[in-house]
Design a protein around this ligand. Structure first.
Ligand code: GNR
Ligand code: NI
Length: 172
């Protein structure tokens, strides 16, 4: 397994629409293993392949609390449908928008279909943190960041802070 570098905004690669994958094979499982290790090391609760520079519709996630056993989840070619009218607000962060947190409103519940780690088709109703995180990750697959849900004023302010932090970053 390997920890991969995570791309941070503003970077044009984060605006790319990722491609569906033809199926789950050992090469794709290797990518998902590396993504999960990268996500745990960050640490984060979800990661889309484009965040490590791979434009495929692949997501890994683990919503287990620190004191709970790990619960890795894999979503290949996820499709969300039937979003609820009622919304939920979470303070979101993103490994590609480091150290910035803002409240985002999204549908509280939805339905998702996807392929799992074994390539088996799955379908489930989602709510809570799973619904929020999966919508955040599927946004990544469509080239959208959580800051794109904010006002232009807030977004521009965050991008300016990211550029300033990047300028001041001294590589080890
Ligand atoms: O680690 C993460 N935490 C988080 C918190 C609230 C809503 C979404 C997320 S996802 C984020 C990791 C990430 O950037 N995934 O793309
Ligand atoms: Ni993110």
């Amino acid at each position: 397994m390997a920890i991969l570098p995570i791309i941070t905004a503003p970077d044009p690669r984060l605006k790319v629409v990722s491609d569906p994958v033809a199926g789950v094979d050992d090469d794709l499982r290797k990518l998902m293993d590396d993504m999960l290790e990268t996500m745990y090391a960050a640490p984060g609760i979800g990661l889309a392949a484009i965040q490590v520079g791979v434009p495929k519709r692949v997501i890994v996630m683990d919503l287990a609390r620190d004191e709970e056993p790990p619960e890795p989840r894999y979503f290949v070619n996820p499709v969300i449908s039937d979003p609820s009218d009622d919304l939920a607000t979470y303070e979101e962060g993103c490994l590609s928008v480091p150290e910035m947190y803002e409240e985002v409103e999204r549908p509280a519940r939805a339905h998702v279909t996807y392929l799992d780690y074994a390539g088996k088709e799955r379908s489930e109703d989602i709510d809570g943190m799973l619904a929020t995180c999966l919508q955040h990750e599927i946004d990544h697959l469509n080239g959208i960041l959580f800051i794109d849900h904010l006002s232009k004023l807030k977004r521009d302010m965050i991008v300016r802070k990211l550029l300033k932090a990047r300028r001041q970053h001294v590589p080890a």
